[in-house]
Design a protein around this ligand. Structure first.
Ligand code: 9MR
Length: 350
C-alpha cells in the first residue's frame, strides 16, 4: 500500500501557494496583537476595572458585547436593591440580580453586590408605614441575610450600607437611623458577615473623594467599628464628579488614610458629568480627570479597583437626574470611545 504522505505534501504545498498568492502567508508575523482590554490592563496592576449595568440594557447586543469583553467586573445598578429583591414583605425576587450575575459569570467578571441597606429605592411596603425598633430590626436582618445568602460565593463585595451620612458628616435621617439609631450600621455589617463570611463588606457613599466633613465621618466610624471588632472591610468611594465643581483635592491621600485604617478602598461608581453641549475642551478635561482618578487608585495598594457607573452615555443616569448635564462616561451614546477611554487605557499602561 502506498503511504499517503506524498499526497499530504502536495496538499501542504498547494495551501502554501494559495496563501502566498492571497498574501496571507505573512499574516501571522505582521498581525497586530489584540489590544488589551481595560479589564486586562487593570489586572496587570492587581486591580479590576469594571462597569455598572442594568437589566433593561440586556436587550442591546452591541452594548452587551463591549460590557462582556472590555470589563473585568460589573455591578448591578439597580437589580440587587431592596425594591427589586424584596418587593413584598418576606417575598424575595432575585430574577434581575441573577441575570446580571449569570452574565458576569459567563464573561469571567467579578461582581460587586449593591446594596443591602439604603434610604432610597425602598419598596412602598417599607416606606409607607411607621415602624418601632422591635418591628424593623428583624425585617432588616431578614432582608440582609436572605439577599446575602442568595448571592453567597457570587459577589466579591457588598455595599452593606449605602450613603449613611449627610454632607456635614451627621447621620442621614433614614428610616433605619431614625428607628434603630446609629447602631444599625454595625448590626447590618454583622448580619451580612454571618450570611456571607467571604464577601468583603463595604460602606459606600458619594462626595467622599477628598478629605472633608463627610469622609471624616466615615473615617471616624470605620475606626470605631474596627476597634469594636465589627466586620467592616472596605470603603467605597462612589466618585460622581462634575466638571463645574472642580477635581476633588487629596483623592489619593484620602484613599490612603482609609487603607491605613486597615480597610480596602474601591472606586465604586465613577462618572464625570458636564453641562451640555460637551465641547472638545470639556471632553479633554474629563479625560484628564478620569486618568487622575484611576492613577490615584493605582498608587494606593489597597485600592482594589475602579467601577464606572455604566460605560456609555447611552445608559447614564445623569441626564434624567441633572437636566442639561451628561456626557459623563468614557464611551459616547453610539458606543464609540471618547478621549476619556483613551486616557484611562494610557494610565493603565495600554
Ligand atoms: O444608576 C441608578 C439609577 O438607574 C437609578 O435610577 C438611581 C435611583 O437613585 O440609582 C442609580 O444608582 C445610584 C446608586 O445606586 C447609589 N449612588 C448613586 C447612584 C446614582 O443615583
Amino acid at each position: 500500500m502506498p503511504m499517503p504522505m506524498p499526497m499530504s505534501r502536495h496538499v501542504i504545498a498547494l495551501s502554501a501557494a494559495v496563501c502566498l498568492a492571497a498574501g496571507l502567508a505573512a499574516a501571522p508575523a505582521s498581525a497586530e496583537p489584540r489590544p488589551r482590554t481595560l479589564g486586562e490592563l487593570a489586572k496587570k496592576h492587581h486591580k479590576y476595572f469594571g462597569s455598572a449595568t442594568d437589566n433593561p440594557e440586556f436587550t442591546d447586543a452591541a452594548y452587551l458585547k463591549l460590557l462582556g469583553s472590555e470589563f473585568g467586573q460589573t455591578t448591578p445598578g439597580n437589580a440587587m436593591k431592596w425594591y427589586a429583591t424584596e418587593p413584598a414583605p418576606g417575598v424575595f425576587d432575585f430574577t434581575a440580580g441573577d441575570e446580571v450575575v449569570a452574565f458576569a459569570k459567563a464573561h469571567h467578571q467579578k461582581v460587586r453586590g449593591h446594596t443591602l441597606v439604603w434610604h432610597s429605592q425602598l419598596p412602598a411596603w417599607l416606606t409607607e408605614r411607621s415602624w418601632t425598633a422591635a418591628e424593623l430590626r428583624p425585617v432588616l436582618k431578614n432582608h440582609i441575610q436572605k439577599v446575602a445568602r442568595h448571592y453567597k460565593g457570587k459577589v466579591i463585595h457588598w455595599d452593606v450600607v449605602n450613603e449613611a451620612f449627610n454632607e456635614d458628616g451627621t447621620y442621614r435621617e433614614s428610616v433605619f437611623y431614625k428607628t434603630l439609631g446609629p447602631g444599625y450600621i454595625a448590626d447590618a455589617l454583622r448580619w451580612a458577615h454571618e450570611a456571607d463570611p467571604h464577601a468583603k463588606l463595604y460602606l459606600n457613599d458619594y462626595n467622599v473623594d477628598g478629605i472633608g466633613p463627610k469622609s471624616d465621618a466615615y473615617y471616624r466610624l470605620i475606626k470605631q467599628l474596627k476597634a469594636d471588632g465589627v466586620p467592616v472591610e472596605g470603603f467605597g468611594i462612589q466618585g460622581h464628579l462634575a466638571l463645574q465643581y472642580g477635581f476633588p483635592a487629596d483623592v489619593k491621600q484620602n484613599m490612603q488614610r482609609f487603607a491605613d485604617l486597615g480597610v480596602e478602598v474601591a472606586v465604586t461608581e465613577l462618572d464625570i458629568r458636564m453641562n451640555l453641549p460637551a465641547t472638545p475642551s470639556m471632553l479633554a478635561t474629563q479625560a484628564t480627570w478620569y486618568a487622575d482618578y484611576v492613577k490615584a487608585c493605582l498608587e494606593v495598594r489597597k485600592c482594589v479597583g475602579v467601577t464606572i457607573w455604566d460605560y456609555t452615555d447611552k445608559y447614564s443616569w445623569i441626564p434624567s437626574v441633572f437636566p442639561g448635564e451628561g456626557a459623563a462616561l468614557p464611551y459616547d451614546e453610539n458606543l464609540a470611545p471618547k478621549p476619556a477611554y483613551h486616557a484611562i487605557r494610557k494610565v493603565l499602561g495600554g
